[in-house]
Design a protein around this ligand. Structure first.
Ligand SMILES: NC(=O)c1ccc[n+]([C@@H]2O[C@H](COP(=O)([O-])OP(=O)(O)OC[C@H]3O[C@@H](n4cnc5c(N)ncnc54)[C@H](OP(=O)(O)O)[C@@H]3O)[C@@H](O)[C@H]2O)c1
Length: 242
């Protein structure tokens, strides 16, 4: 494999920050994407510079992203963007543009897949591996919007013509997450607890697949399945990330 160069969309999120830190610490050329209108742009520039990562502020527009990918030529594009219902409510209260699973969790990876495809058509030597952080249970035929958009993005990856990986963790938790998310943490803790006796009864694989992952553990797992393993065109479950 050529020398890895990673581009991380969603670099300012919990998983993104861990991934940028881990990749840069390993000496991998790392670009952290920050939305250009981020109110914390100066802070992110400082934090990512301290990690030895570059910052990119290309706007979320298909043409601009395609040009950026042709210029930067990443070997891997990580898609770690997403919103929550709580963030959506905060956006509505502040009269900001709507933030929903459709407008963020679907629309942004969809745009990035299209931009990467455009870049590859213009310059066939640009063929990044698209690494999508999906979720356990992702499928198109469900009324659950969170899982459905993940199922749709996974299909678009398969149809993109580019190398891809869809990574399906269960809960991603950790005391070092900036946002508190008490319900998510409680649900993760309850499931983790339930999986202990099951693992003792022999269902170790079940536990490895469904127990929560800490951000640092997930970042290490992501690097292993992308930069070290190199197999593409497949779904990666959480047991492979531990
Ligand atoms: N949490 C879990 O248990 C879990 C489990 C499985 C899968 N996942 C999925 O894995 C992905 C990463 O999860 P995470 O917990 O690390 O995410 P996170 O901490 O919530 O970070 C979300 C990222 O998405 C960006 N983002 C959100 N809304 C945006 C918008 N309107 N425009 C541009 N960027 C936007 C954020 O940028 P700003 O900082 O600029 O807002 C941030 O970089 C998400 O898709 C999530 O749904 C999560």
């Amino acid at each position: 494999m050529s020398r890895p160069r990673v581009f991380v969309a969603g670099a300012t999120g919990y998983t993104g920050r861990h991934l940028v830190r881990s990749c840069a610490a390993r000496g991998v050329e790392t670009v952290a994407h920050v939305r250009p209108d981020s109110p914390r742009l100066a802070e992110w520039r400082r934090d990512f510079a301290a990690m030895d990562a570059a910052v990119d502020t290309t706007p979320w527009e298909r043409g601009a992203m395609a040009d950026m990918l042709r210029r930067r030529r990443p070997t891997h594009v990580f898609m770690l963007v997403g919103t929550t219902r709580a963030r959506g409510r905060r956006a509505a209260r502040a009269r900001r543009p709507a933030e929903t699973y459709t407008s963020v969790d679907y629309a942004l990876p969809h745009l990035l897949i299209a931009a990467a495809t455009d870049a590859a058509v213009r310059d066939p030597s640009v063929r990044p591996v698209l690494v999508y952080l999906s979720g356990v249970g992702a499928r198109e035929d469900t009324r659950n919007a969170y899982l459905r958009v993940r199922g749709v993005v996974e299909r678009e990856l398969r149809e993109s013509g580019l190398p891809w990986l869809a990574v399906r963790p269960s809960f991603i938790t950790g005391g070092d997450r900036e946002e508190r998310r008490p319900l998510e943490r409680a649900a993760a803790a309850a499931i983790d607890l339930l999986l202990v006796p099951l693992a003792l009864l022999g269902a170790r694989r079940l536990r490895a697949r469904y127990a929560s992952l800490h951000g640092a553990e997930l970042a290490d797992g992501l690097m292993r399945v992308t930069l070290d393993d190199g197999r593409v065109g497949r779904v990666v479950t959480a047991d492979e990330l531990r």
